[in-house]
Design a protein around this ligand. Structure first.
Ligand code: 5RP
Length: 218
């Protein structure tokens, strides 16, 4: 059922890529549905900038060329999922551990279209553990700093990011000021990035429910 809704959200994103030369592509099960939809359309665009090795593999298997972000400039559109979405279209992301590359591509794109099923919409961010990508030698230090901020960091074991780093998932945060927390966490030495997409929120959220797909914008 949830898979059907993810596919429904992915299909709803197709009108947003019309006339786009290069697509920014996120990571996760919802994005996988979106990538599946691209196969018959691939002649219409040059290629994709991918946020993870997993998405890269899937795109390549469908014959969609992978492009280097440094070579293509600002992207027209970035399509990605989310773990939590609030009413300001601010997100928690990184459940799949691809948060840093996702954040880079979102920052480098004119429009960020977030695709999700309705279970991702929350009144307040923080129930989903907030991922931090951390330089391995800073793990314990960063964990202590996070505890001082009131969070409970849990080391995502047996997981190394595509950038060679580790993930700390922060539990127990009630995120009242997403923008402020995003900055605070990014200022801890050793943190590469955190999964709060508050400063660069989504521009549009396509939220699938059994009844319909809602388009949320600010
Ligand atoms: C990966 C992400 C994903 O967008 C997020 O985890 C949602 O995934 P899914 O579409 O599988 O629910 O941020 O790092």
């Amino acid at each position: 059922m949830q898979e059907n809704l993810k596919k429904q959200a992915a299909i709803a994103a197709l009108p947003y890529i019309k006339n786009c030369r290069i697509l920014g592509i996120g990571t996760g099960s919802t994005v996988n549905h979106f990538i599946d939809q691209l196969a018959p359309l691939k002649a219409q665009f040059e290629g994709a900038v991918s946020s993870s090795e997993t998405s890269t593999e899937k795109l390549l298997s469908l014959g969609i060329p992978i492009l280097d972000l440094n070579a293509v400039g600002t992207l027209d559109v970035y399509i990605d999922g989310a773990d939590e979405i609030n009413n300001n279209l601010q997100l928690v992301k990184g459940g799949g551990g691809a948060l840093t590359r996702e954040k880079i591509i979102a920052a480098a794109s004119r429009r960020f279209i977030c695709i999700a099923d309705q279970s991702k919409l929350v009144s307040r961010l923080g129930s989903f553990p907030l991922p931090l990508e951390v330089i391995p030698m800073a793990r314990s230090y960063v964990a202590r700093e996070v505890i001082a901020l009131g969070g409970r960091p849990v080391w995502r074991e047996n997981f190394i990011t595509d950038n060679g780093n580790i993930i700390l998932d922060i539990h127990g945060l009630d995120i009242l000021e997403p923008m402020k927390l995003e900055n605070t966490l990014n200022n801890i030495t050793g943190v590469v990035t955190n999964g709060l997409f508050a400063k660069r929120s989504a521009d549009t959220v396509l939220l699938a429910s059994e009844k319909s797909t809602q388009t949320l914008t600010l």
